[in-house]
Design a protein around this ligand. Structure first.
Ligand SMILES: [Fe+2]
Ligand SMILES: [Fe+2]
Length: 300
């Protein structure tokens, strides 16, 4: 809905069936920004060129690429260089990313960060950036579990330190969201903020896949959508308790859930839309759990 009127955006057949020979970009109304998201690419020293076809396809299909972490396999600077080469040669649209736990593995995170930033990636870590009129807030996030099962800061100092890390990441997300003045806000995380999108993983490891502490800032700042990865065997879609759509865009999840589709999720933001307000001025969320003015394409 825009201004109370339903709009119908024509969807060309090619939009639904991008084949390997896809070469015609879909024409979009100027107010629509298309965000492509794929996570957990886990680039290794031998990955050169492996995702170039996908990156090229994303460039032709979207306006912004989002990469929610585990960009490298072992957090090596050499791996980041391989990825940076593929990104710079294949992606011709802005890139917004966060790091994942794998990117920290080899204690080369400073160099990894410099390499990717040098390649033009907006690498967020408690930061916010506005791209094409859409606001992005990003953090890695952390583990700790969900709901009543979330680990609390009680007992041994090590437990308190662990929980403090999750709280700190949530605070970073909150301050990043607070800096955005855009009408539409997108949160980019590596860890999951809700349990729904980790379902499919062994239940024993749920607490290591995300933290409910990340959910509160999402609610407070009424984000339009959340992208995360990390749970390679999780579920592709979920919602926060207030209906904000959450997408697990781990490439393995997308491959499994949408085997016949390209390995990225496309989310469209309508810049001309106004958040729908209640009489008290608070934003209202429609029953489908997202702003009716944000279009989500179910393909991956
Ligand atoms: Fe991963
Ligand atoms: Fe991960």
């Amino acid at each position: 809905m825009i201004g109370g009127q339903e709009i119908c955006i024509p969807i060309l057949p090619i939009f639904l069936h991008h084949g390997p020979n896809f070469s015609v970009a879909r024409r979009m109304p100027p107010n629509i920004v298309r965000i492509a998201a794929v996570s957990d690419v886990h680039y290794s020293k031998t990955s050169q060129g492996s995702l170039q076809p996908l990156f090229t396809q994303i460039t032709e299909s979207a306006d912004i690429l989002v990469l929610p972490g585990d960009l490298t396999d072992y957090g090596l600077a050499e791996e980041a260089r391989v990825l940076a080469r593929d990104l710079t040669s294949s992606v011709k649209i802005p890139i917004v990313a966060v790091l994942g736990n794998h990117d920290y593995e080899s204690d080369e995170v400073t160099e990894v960060r410099e390499i990717l930033t040098g390649a033009g990636v907006h690498l967020l870590d408690g930061d916010a950036v506005e791209v094409l009129g859409v606001g992005f807030a990003g953090v890695k996030g952390f583990a700790g579990g969900f709901g009543r099962g979330a680990l609390g800061p009680w007992g041994e100092p090590t437990i308190k330190l662990f929980v403090q890390e999750a709280i700190q990441e949530a605070l970073k997300l909150e301050s990043a969201l607070a800096r955005l003045t855009t009408r539409h806000r997108i949160a980019v995380l590596h860890y999951a903020p809700i349990p729904e999108t980790v379902e499919g993983e062994p239940v024993e490891i749920f607490p290591w896949l995300g933290s409910s502490r990340l959910e509160e800032p999402l609610r407070r700042f009424e984000v339009s959508a959340v992208f995360h990865g990390h749970a390679h065997k999780g579920a592709p879609e979920g919602k926060t308790s207030t209906g904000i759509p959450v997408y697990n865009v781990s490439i393995s999840v997308l491959k499994h859930a949408y085997p016949d589709k390209p390995n990225f999720r496309l989310f469209e933001v309508d810049l001309s839309s106004e958040p729908e307000m209640d009489v008290d001025g608070t934003a209202e969320r429609r029953q489908q759990g997202r702003r009716a003015t944000d279009r989500v394409d179910a393909r991956a």
